[in-house]
Every structure is written in C-alpha cells, then in structure tokens.
Design a protein around this ligand. Structure first.
Ligand SMILES: NC(=O)c1ccc[n+]([C@@H]2O[C@H](COP(=O)([O-])OP(=O)(O)OC[C@H]3O[C@@H](n4cnc5c(N)ncnc54)[C@H](OP(=O)(O)O)[C@@H]3O)[C@@H](O)[C@H]2O)c1
Length: 157
C-alpha cells in the first residue's frame, strides 16, 4: 500500500485529468459514503468533471447522502441506483444493467458510456451481524468486472 502522504498528494491530481465516472457499490453508508464525500470535497471547485453512481438498498440514506454531496459539489452529477440484495448474482446483474442503461442513454460530457473507477464496499458491517451471506470477495470482483466492462464497452462495431 502506498504511503498516506502519497495518497493525499495524488487524489487532488484526479481533478486535473479527464472527466471521471465513478461507481460506489454499497455507497449509502459506512466506507462507501465516506468515499462519496471525499470525491465531493476534492471536486467541489472543479466544475462538471465528475459523475458518481451511488448504489445501495436504503433510499432514505441515499437521499441524505445526496443532499450532503450535492451541497459540497453541486456541479458534479450524483445518481442513486437502488439495489435489492447484492448478495445475489441476479441483483448484481440488475444493478449493472441499470448503470449501463443510464450511461448509454446519457454518456458523461459526450464521452463513451463507461465506468472509470469502481469501489465495492457492499457488505454487512461486522457491528451489525446478519444471516445474509455474501459471495466470496474474489467472485464478486470477477462478476462486477465482467458486467462493468460489458457496460462500458463502446458499441461502435
Ligand atoms: N468499517 C470498518 O472499519 C471496516 C474495516 C475493514 C473492513 N470493513 C468491511 O467493509 C465492508 C463495509 O463496511 P461498512 O462499515 O462501510 O458497512 P456499512 O456501513 O454497513 O455499509 C454497507 C453498505 O453496503 C450496503 N449493503 C449491505 N448489505 C447489502 C445487500 N445485501 N445488498 C445491497 N447492498 C447492501 C449498505 O446499503 P444500505 O445501507 O443502503 O442498506 C451500505 O451501503 C464490510 O464488509 C466490512 O466488514 C469495514
């Protein structure tokens, strides 16, 4: 892992690059919501260079988060995608299909439909035990990578 100082100096450089499309799976609370707030803060004075998909189950949490990040970074685009149960492959596929549809309908700043950065923190906090079992991390990562790359493949052929 890079040094903390390296991370701190590298993140602001993101704003000088091309516009970013970010998906935060499990973004409505905990680690995911802090990632969203960090993006809002870093991009707060950089115009419309950021689109973020927040994926989670709880609409009320999503609304509170969207209010917060929109206040911090009003020129960025914030979109909530409601999941049902991402422990299920069928729901992973359904969420990927929604992001794909959204990107194809309205690509960010006229670019290609895409996801540039994917964060996955969907899971149950160890502080809130639940009988729900998630797929092993490596399986979920493969599934998201497959579906996200399908979602972002440019349909030019
Ligand atoms: N917090 C830590 O210090 C820490 C440290 C190391 C590792 N971790 C791990 O990181 C993961 C996330 O932790 P956290 O503290 O951020 O947890 P959290 O606050 O409970 O957030 C979990 C997120 O995942 C979503 N989620 C949970 N179950 C879901 C399901 N079945 N289908 C769809 N979405 C679901 C939640 O959505 P809704 O809220 O909308 O329902 C929420 O957005 C956990 O696996 C935890 O073990 C946490």
């Amino acid at each position: 892992m890079p040094a903390h100082s390296t991370i701190h100096t590298t993140i602001p450089v993101l704003t000088t690059g091309p516009p970013l499309v970010v998906a935060i799976i499990g973004g409505t609370s905990g680690i995911g919501s802090y990632i969203a707030k960090a993006f809002a803060s870093v991009f707060s004075n950089h115009g419309s260079k950021l689109r973020v998909y927040i994926v989670g189950r709880t609409s009320s949490r999503a609304e509170a988060l969207l209010k917060d990040v929109r206040a911090t970074s009003p020129d960025a685009q914030w979109r909530f995608i409601k999941a049902s149960d991402l422990a299920l492959m069928s729901d992973v596929d359904a969420v990927c299909a929604k992001i794909k549809e959204s990107e194809e309908k309205d690509p960010f700043i006229g670019g290609e439909p895409r996801i540039d950065m994917l964060y996955m923190s969907q899971a149950i906090s160890p502080l809130a035990p639940s009988p729900r079992k998630f797929l092993p991390n490596f399986l979920r990562t493969i599934r998201w990578s497959e579906r996200a790359s399908t979602a972002t493949t440019h349909q030019s052929a």
